[in-house]
Structure formats: C-alpha cells, structure tokens
Design a protein around this ligand. Structure first.
Ligand code: ADP
Length: 218
C-alpha cells in the first residue's frame, strides 16, 4: 500500500525531502505558510497547500492525523517547530520526524515525543569530513556512537581477490554488506565473490574496526 507523507516547512531541507519522496512514487502533501515556497513545489508533490503548521484547525482540516509520516522541517523558527510537533503528536500522528536546530531544540523535541530528530547540517558535515580525510571513503552513515556503515573504494591491493581470501570479518571484525560495480549492486555477496579495483564496498562494523580495515586492509 502506498504511504501518505506530509512535509511541513519547504525550505531547502523540507523541499528536498518532499521532492525525493514524490520522485520515489509516494503521495506527498507539501505545506508551508509562504505562498512562493508552496508554488515551487506544486509539480513535485501530490498536493501543496499554504497553511500554518502551528494552526491546529488548519492541520485538522487537512486530515493530517491520517498521514503515516509527517516531517516537520520548519527551520529557524524553533517555537513554531516545537508547537507544530506537539500538535501532531497530540493528534496521534504515529511518525513525526523533526529537523532540529540545536541541542536545546533537540531535547525539547525529545520530551514532547518526536519520533525521530534529525540534524541534517551536522550529519552532512560529518559525512563530508570523512570523505575529505580519506579518499577511500565515499560515504558514511553513523548508526550509533560505536557502529557505522561506510562506502569504501576498493584499491589495487584487494583487486582480483575473493571475500573468502580477504577474510575481512576475521581479520578486521567488519562485514561487507554489498559490492557496487558501476550500476550493478550485489547485495548478498558470496565468499567466492571477487572484488575488482574501484568497486565500492558497503561495509558495516565498529568504527575502530572500519578505520583499521580502511587503513590496513585496502
Ligand atoms: P532550511 O534551512 O531547510 O532552508 P528554512 O528556515 O529556510 O529552512 O525554511 C523553513 C521553511 O519553513 C520556510 O519555507 C518557512 O516559510 C516555513 N515555515 C516557518 N514557519 C512555519 C509555520 N509555522 N508553518 C508552515 N511553514 C513554516
């Protein structure tokens, strides 16, 4: 069944979320109180509406409680972001994801029941820094304080070797989840799967183990 999504606040972050969800084939309701922002999204959403995310009646009349997922992407106005989140949770929306501006904003959102709090600027900053420090790291996703998933470029050192030969899990304690080669992606590589130079390895593990693998194994 297709899921129903709503995005409240169509700045750079909210509009990107909205466009991507729509591109992926979902129903997306785009909401902002700024007419221009709403007009910019008409072609990239199922419906786009001018409304204030802190107006309970407006949200009710849009039937927001029936949405599977609501993303509050109100940027600088922390007060509005908090109030909007509170209203959505009180209405019973199951999944409310909110963009937080800072640590205090995050803590308040946590207290009022936001289901997931995101810090896109910080997260992207970390990912870009990881890429800058090592050319082998293409992307980086933090799972917890200790564990991550990284995309690493296979170097000549491992080219032509199978996963069994490399024995990465025993030697480094990390696991190769998938191997990307151009447009193909092998999501359950066998021990016999061969790695070629420039393949992208998607690897999960403890941060220390991943670092060791990147520095010594590749
Ligand atoms: P970003 O950093 O993602 O670009 P912005 O702060 O520029 O974030 O954008 C936030 C958006 O949220 C703006 O388009 C603004 O009009 C909208 N917005 C702010 N307050 C409300 C509100 N109460 N209801 C709906 N939209 C809001």
């Amino acid at each position: 069944m297709r899921k129903q999504f709503a995005v409240i606040g169509l700045g750079r972050f909210g509009s990107s979320v909205c466009r991507e969800l729509y591109k992926l084939g979902h129903d997306v309701l785009a909401i902002d109180m700024n007419e221009e922002k709403v007009n910019n999204l008409t072609q990239f959403s199922t419906h786009s509406v001018i409304a204030n995310g802190t107006d309970e009646n407006a949200l009710q009349s849009l039937g927001i409680r029936n949405f599977d997922f609501v993303n509050v992407a109100i940027g600088d106005n922390i007060q509005s972001s908090i109030l909007c989140t509170l209203i959505l949770k009180e209405m019973g929306v199951t999944n409310v994801w909110v963009k937080a501006q800072n640590y205090y904003h995050h803590r308040v959102l946590e207290k009022i029941g936001a289901d997931r709090i995101v810090h896109p600027e910080q997260d992207m900053g970390i990912r870009i820094a990881q890429h800058i420090v090592s050319e082998k790291i293409i992307d980086y996703i933090e799972l917890s304080d200790e564990y991550s998933i990284v995309e690493l470029i296979a170097t000549e050192k491992v080219s032509g070797k199978s996963l069994a030969q490399l024995d990465i899990r025993a030697k480094f304690g990390c696991t190769i989840l998938a191997i990307k080669r151009d447009k193909d992606i092998n999501i359950s590589p066998f021990p016999s799967s061969l790695i070629e130079e420039k393949d992208i390895l998607i690897v999960i593990g403890h941060k220390n183990d991943l670092k060791r693998f990147e520095e010594e194994g590749l």
